[in-house]
Design a protein around this ligand. Sequence first.
Ligand SMILES: [Zn+2]
Length: 254
Amino acid sequence: MAILKTQAFVLKRYDLRETSLLVNFYTRDFGKLTGEMKGIRKDPRKFASTVDSFSLNEIVFYQRRNSSVHLISQCDSCEHFGPLRESIPKIAAATVMMDLLDAVMPPEDKNPEIFDLTRDVLTALCTARDFDKLLTIFKIRVLSLSGFKPHLDSCVICGRKVFMQCKFSLKLGGLLCPHCLARDVQGRTIFRGTVATIMHIEKNTVGANLTLGMNPQIKRELEAVLNAFLHFHVGKELKSQRVMQSLEQAGAFT
Ligand SMILES: [Zn+2]
C-alpha cells in the first residue's frame, strides 16, 4: 500500500459501522476519492480535523490497490471557511457545490483547476454578498472544466453562427439555429444575453466574474437552464439544490 498526502475538501460523510466514518473527498492530486476514518466517532480527537462539510484538510492515506475505499491515517484542518458558516444562504450554496462535485466528478480523476476553483469560490463566499451569483459561476465553470461544456458559439448540428432567436437543446448539449430546430423539438428558447453571460463566465476568473452585471431576467433564465442541464447530465436533481430553492421560497434568504 502506498502512503500519500494531499489537500482535500470534504464532500460528504456517512457513518460506517459503530465507530468509523466514510468520507468522500475532492482532492487536489487524485480528484474525488473515498476514505475510511477508523475510530473517529468513538474518539473525535483521533484526527486533528472535525471533518466538517466543505472544510479544506490535508489528508494522509494508504492507497488500497484492490478497493476504492482508502484508509485515512491523518486529517489536519487547513481552512474551515468560518465566515461563510454564519450565513444560511451561503451554507446552502456551499452544500450545493459539494453535492455537484460529488455527482459530476468521476472517481480518482485529477483536475487541479476544479480544485482551485472550489477553493476560490468558497473563499469569495466568506466575504461576498452575491452567494447566488457565485454559485452560478461555480456551476458554469465546473461544467466547462469537466467535459460537459455546452456548445454555445455556433449551432451544435450545422456549425452556423446563431445571431437571433435560438433554442438550447439539453440532449444535444448546445444551441440550435432556425434551420436545425427540428432535431430536438424539446429545445428551449434562450436569450442571447444568457448565452453571452455563460460564455463570459467560462473565459474569466472568479474575481472578474463577480463584477459582471446580470439583470434579473438573465439571472432567472441562467438558473433554470443550468439546473436543467445539470439534471440532464447527472440523471437526478441535487437534493441540496431543492432544499436551497425551498429556503429561498420560504423567505430565508431575504
Ligand atoms: Zn443549425
